[in-house]
Design a protein around this ligand. Structure first.
Ligand SMILES: [Zn+2]
Length: 384
């Protein structure tokens, strides 16, 4: 461990939330982040040492700390906690190169790649095959993954007031952008709504996940998922950059009002529709499509195109994720459907999506990653 690394403060010493008075002595003083002093209005590149290599060298996470000239909350934005999920990395790098991105108040901690060891191997996992996103808050005397998680948790989460954790779908799948958040946590809901992904899913997240444990430790954190692994997809990156800026605007750290869709759909129940037979799929829906109960989602046929069976929507819903690999075996997940209340709500969600230019563009872009056909036909419908 680096001896220059600052000792994390206790919960009581964390900076207060927006709307509360900051202690006067902190207003003009330098803050220490990752062993370096950061004066008001200053931006620095820092390194957080998380472990050591087999050859005994330091392994560190590169981080940009951007401090506004005025006091305000501290917010972390993390990409690639799964080392192969790069849309968040693309979004953070896009903001870091944007001269018009100015943080006026508080401190923004930008982490393009949180899981550097997975990233170096183009892998979701750590070299010991552990999922870092199940190891929080970590343990300083535990496994390599648990120790890394503890360093990250102490140096970043316990220093911040809010967090944004950027992900994609898992390998061979794509996700329509959505924020994932505990609907019962007001602070999380506030930043999820401000992010403006268009779709907000309920849930605390798995035990040991970054956002669940960060939120439990007093740092309300949301996950945003969009697109595929190993890619930087323009419309997903734009959704994420708009969302990060929106959250910082909501918290008063960046000037201006959040630019969010007028209506965002909230989903409490989701279901993976799974293949019943082995074979090749003709998909009839795209990421972000709305469907009504009984609507065909995919037709499964043999390689010489003898129909095996058809998968249908079990309820009115919206496609929040789907497989991009059309070859399936029984039980494999095909379509991840978010449940809507009625055919009317499906129609309303469709209208709202089409009314938001970014969501409309994102839906069109993501639908080009899969071949979408009408049931009974091999050709693409002209509307796509
Ligand atoms: Zn992930």
């Amino acid at each position: 461990m680096s001896d220059s690394q600052a000792e994390p403060p206790s919960q009581a010493e964390k900076s207060p939330r927006v709307g509360t008075e900051l202690r006067s002595e902190t207003r003009s003083l330098a803050e220490t982040w990752f062993g370096r002093e950061v004066a008001p209005g200053e931006s620095i590149n820092a390194e957080l040492q998380i472990t050591e290599s087999y050859s005994g060298r330091n392994i560190s996470i590169p981080i940009r700390v951007i401090r506004g000239g005025e006091p305000g909350p501290s917010v972390f934005v993390a990409g690639a906690l799964h080392g192969d999920e790069l849309n968040g990395t693309g979004a953070i790098r896009s903001l870091l190169s944007d001269r018009e991105f100015v943080v006026r108040r508080g401190t923004t901690v930008m982490i393009p790649v949180l899981n550097v060891l997975g990233f170096e191997r183009h892998s979701r996992y750590l070299p010991d095959r552990r999922d870092l996103n199940r190891c929080f808050p970590g343990n300083a005397s535990g496994s390599m993954a648990m120790r890394m998680a503890r360093v990250i948790f102490d140096a970043i989460v316990l220093r911040c007031d809010y967090g944004i954790d950027l992900h994609t779908a898992a390998v061979r799948r794509t996700n329509y952008p959505s924020a994932r958040v505990d609907f019962n946590n007001e602070q999380c809901m506030r930043i999820a709504k401000a992010f403006g992904a268009g779709v907000i899913l309920d849930g605390k997240g798995p035990k040991g996940s970054f956002r669940r444990e960060a939120t439990a430790a007093g740092c309300p954190t949301i996950v945003v998922e969009g697109g595929e692994v190993w890619k930087v997809e323009p419309s997903v990156v734009e959704t994420m950059t708009r969302g990060i800026i929106n959250v910082l605007k909501e918290l008063g750290m960046v000037d201006g009002q959040p630019d969010v869709p007028v209506n965002q759909v909230r989903i409490r129940t989701t279901k993976w529709i799974r293949a019943e037979r082995g074979g090749f799929l003709d998909l009839h829906v795209a990421p972000g499509s709305t469907v009504v109960s009984g609507q065909p989602l995919a037709t499964n046929s043999s390689l010489v195109h003898e129909d095996q069976n058809r998968l249908e929507a079990p309820f009115d819903g919206i496609v929040i994720g789907m497989s991009t690999l059309p070859a399936v075996q029984p039980g494999e997940p095909v379509i991840h459907l978010g449940k809507l209340a009625s055919p009317n709500s499906a129609a309303r969600v469709e209208r709202n999506t089409q009314a938001d230019e970014l969501q409309r563009t994102t839906q069109a872009h993501l639908s080009t990653n899969v071949q979408v056909t009408e049931p009974g036909k091999l050709s693409r419908p002209s509307s796509l």
